[in-house]
Design a protein around this ligand. Structure first.
Ligand code: NAD
Length: 297
């Protein structure tokens, strides 16, 4: 495997340790403890795991963690009331509603109910617009983590051609904005893009955020490119026993690792960075709400 593996787990651990120091500083100097509220609607097993992990990581960083579990049949009005109460709660600096939500609730309505100053997922259109305008903003966590990995790996990204496959508000679009801020030349590809493989082969940085298991093949990749795989897909793994599954990314890891210069694994690449960036956003939100400068980590 000629490609060097980008160890997102180790980079995220080191980042979380620095965040912990920042949180401790804030307590000592301003008697302020950042607080993150996570709201879970229903009992989706994957969402329960995500929420539990977020709570554990929040406490490990020295922050306050608040969890709200609402019945799967809760009305949109009741969820809006819960979020509105959290908007007004001074102990809560960040609010995250775990998506997806059940069909009686419109996700976008909830996104727009969260106060932009507490929107640690960075999905409120105010934050998305500010990011696109190069203004200070709370920025979606997975894109932040993805770009951090590229920067830590390659250093200065100026002038590199980045191709992003996927144009969601959650991942593709904010990754594009962040890479533009790093002075990359950015191309966005999506389900209607023509000659996708040819386009990907022109990328110095290739970001896959599609949700199709192992879609990006070795002959889509320029030799030496930096490949950031955002995808998390669960597939059957009969080789591990009957009914077993495993996680794979959007990149055919084994084959692409023979061609790329650097590559993120799944799991252990972008995934761990997401929670670390959520903690960073909560710390930033606490500072800004208290009228303080953000802590330079
Ligand atoms: P999404 O479904 O909202 O968006 C997928 C994008 O892929 C769309 O813009 C679509 O145009 C594009 N697409 C679909 N089919 C395509 C094709 N054949 N060719 C080219 N483009 C195509 O998904 P999302 O929320 O952006 O998530 C993408 C992936 O990232 C998923 O696997 C998701 O699980 C994963 N994800 C991981 C993290 C993390 O923490 N690592 C966080 C969020 C999402």
């Amino acid at each position: 495997m000629p490609a060097a593996m980008i160890d997102g787990k180790a980079i995220a651990e080191e980042f979380r340790a620095r965040i912990g120091v920042g949180v401790a500083d804030l307590k000592t100097t301003h008697n302020l403890t950042p607080g993150l509220a996570v709201v879970l609607v229903g009992e989706d097993p994957a969402s329960q795991v995500y929420v539990r992990n977020k709570g554990v990581a929040t406490k490990a960083a020295g922050m306050a963690s608040f969890e709200y579990r609402l019945d799967k049949d809760v009305s949109e009005a009741d969820l809006i009331a819960q979020v509105t109460a959290l908007n007004k709660d001074d102990d809560v600096h960040g609010i995250l509603v775990q998506f997806p939500v059940p069909p009686q609730i419109t996700q976008q309505t909830i996104i727009e109910t969260i106060s932009p100053s507490k929107d640690v997922d960075g999905l409120n259109p105010v934050n998305a617009g500010r990011l696109a305008s190069r203004l200070d903003a709370l920025t979606p966590c997975t894109p932040q983590g993805s770009v951090m990995l590229a920067k830590q790996t390659l250093g200065n990204l100026e002038g590199l051609h980045a191709v992003i496959v996927g144009r969601s508000n959650l991942v593709g679009k904010p990754v594009a904005q962040l890479l533009l801020q790093e002075n990359c030349t950015v191309t966005m590809a999506h389900s209607r893009t023509r000659d996708l493989a040819d386009l990907c082969r022109t990328a110095d940085i290739l970001v896959a955020a599609v949700g199709i298991p192992e879609m990006v093949k070795a002959d889509w990749v320029k030799p030496g490119a930096c490949v950031i795989d955002v995808g998390i897909n669960r597939i059957d793994a009969p080789e591990r026993g009957e009914g077993k599954t495993r996680l794979v990314g959007d990149v055919d890891f084994e084959a692409v690792a023979e061609i790329a210069g650097h590559i993120t694994p799944v799991p252990g690449g972008v995934g761990p960075m997401t929670i670390a960036c959520l903690l960073k956003n909560t710390l930033d939100a606490a500072c800004v709400q208290a009228g303080l400068d953000k802590i330079n980590l």
